[in-house]
Design a protein around this ligand. Structure first.
Ligand code: FES
Ligand SMILES: [Fe+2]
Length: 457
């Protein structure tokens, strides 16, 4: 049963962290307390379609240098990046049968990390010494268009099969963006409802009308309800004093909401956002974007390696400035502006930070659980329970059933007329959606031939 958090919030100005506790919260390498906790979860590392196209990709995950490769049968291998011969980068090598071949002298490794071939050595009298050579290897799995990896001890938990991966009424694409900051400051954003008002709504108002910004209704209270995989975010909005014509909605946790989930995931319904720790100062943000389609379109089950992906820009390639046009880009700007690893010893936490202190406390507790040999929260081991795991997302039927066609077309036209299409077009949370995906989305939605489907900037 979910446990209710009391509505009362902690006193202002408390709960800042010592430098030592900040390190505990942020360091992810092997042997660190947080690194040990994170090694109890599966991590998305790359789009399956990307590996179908390029076969070999280097990966930085939890401070480890790895190389991911796709075998002819469609399975993947994930092994140490640097060759044990003389440390060449396997990322410049190639896949040869089931093996990852080093480009320098041709040593080759299987997906269990065994050295299977030492061409020159094997031609000599001793026949080589490949049995003495091994690299680290990790299990992988594919789900929802993503390749996942597990870097922890055996037995691995199950890769959670969350229900959005099976929804059929949306156009799914995967957006990859590397961010120059620690993962935990990204994750804290998932317990920070007040930032919507300022970073997104009022920031947009200030950017579009700097001399007379129309601010949105204020947050009066925030609330968090714990469930098996994390927390439901709730908010009370001052709808009485809301400016006219400005959208304002109170969201009660009992009705579901935006979800902050273990180990670093935000689920809104139209997105699942993973803040994957590459190392202590870099985060790979993976956005699994689900753009709702008209209800008469059902895409059913999709093969993982057919789900499209793209790399979303963090800075504008022309100006070098941080992109601020789209919701998630605004988040990226805020997180990275806090510094590579934000200094939590100088903060002044207040009522708006109740979710932040709760999150930190829960991670310290989870570290203790792992140290005692227990599973941390949100791990799944029951195969029968691991089928389309239901999540308490707000207005879920909107995503599971699609939008009535007439409503969809009306909203699409209104969005276009508003000029808010922006870079990336309709419903993209990040800037830079490639034109061919915008077209594909419109074709699948069945509106590509109408006047609404003209190319936009
Ligand atoms: S460095 Fe890899 S085979 Fe020589
Ligand atoms: Fe945000």
């Amino acid at each position: 049963m979910p446990r209710r958090r009391p509505h009362s919030l902690q006193d202002e100005g408390t709960d800042m962290l010592s430098a030592e506790k900040n390190r505990t919260l942020t360091e992810v390498g092997p042997g660190t307390p947080m690194g040990e906790l994170l090694r109890r979860y599966w991590h998305p590392v790359a789009p399956a379609m990307e590996l179908r196209e390029r076969r070999v990709k280097t990966v930085k995950l939890l401070g480890e240098d790895l190389v991911l490769f796709r075998k002819p049968d469609g399975d993947h291998g994930l092994i140490s990046r640097y060759c044990p011969h003389r440390s060449a980068d396997l990322g410049i090598g190639w896949v040869d049968g089931d093996l990852m071949r080093c480009a320098y002298h041709g040593w080759a490794f299987d997906s269990d990390g065994r050295c299977a071939h030492q061409p020159f050595e094997e031609a000599g009298p001793a026949g080589g010494f490949r049995d003495k050579v091994r690299v680290a290897s990790y299990p992988t799995a594919t789900l929802g268009g993503l390749i996942w990896a597990y870097l922890g001890p055996d037995p691995a938990p199950l890769l959670p099969d969350f229900e959005p991966f099976s929804w059929g009424h949306g156009f799914v694409e995967i957006i990859m963006t590397e961010l120059p900051c620690n993962w935990f400051q990204c994750h804290e954003n998932g317990m920070d409802p007040v930032h919507f008002e300022w970073l997104h709504s009022n920031g947009n108002a200030a950017r579009s009308a700097p001399d007379d910004p129309k601010y949105v209704a204020r947050h009066l209270a925030i609330d968090f309800l714990e469930f098996e995989h994390g927390w439901i975010n709730g908010r009370e909005i001052d709808t009485v004093n809301a400016p006219e014509g400005v959208y304002a909605r109170t969201s009660n946790v009992a009705d579901g909401g935006i979800l902050c989930m273990w180990p670093y995931t935000l689920v809104s319904g139209s997105t699942i956002e993973f803040r994957v720790p590459m190392d202590d100062q870099r985060t790979l943000n993976i956005t699994w974007q689900y753009s709702v389609l008209p209800d008469d379109v059902d895409l059913g089950d999709r093969e993982s390696d057919t789900i499209p992906f793209w790399y979303g820009p963090f800075t504008d390639p022309e100006t070098g400035e941080t992109v601020m046009s789209h919701t998630l880009n605004q988040d990226f700007a805020a997180w990275t502006s806090q510094g590579p690893v934000t200094d939590r010893s100088v903060e002044h936490l207040g009522r708006s930070d109740a979710g932040i202190t709760l999150l930190r406390r829960k991670y310290f507790e989870a570290i203790e659980q792992v140290a005692k040999g227990e599973d941390p929260p949100g791990t799944v081991r029951d195969p029968e329970a691991n089928v389309k795991i239901q999540l308490p997302i707000h207005s879920k039927s909107f995503y599971t059933e699609g939008m009535p066609r007439a409503v969809f077309e009306e909203k699409f036209a209104a969005r276009k007329a508003s000029g808010l299409f922006g870079i990336g077009g309709f419903l993209s949370v990040q800037a830079g959606r490639p034109e061919h995906l915008q077209r594909q989305y419109e074709e699948i939605a069945g509106i590509a031939d109408t006047s609404m489907a003209e190319e936009t900037q």
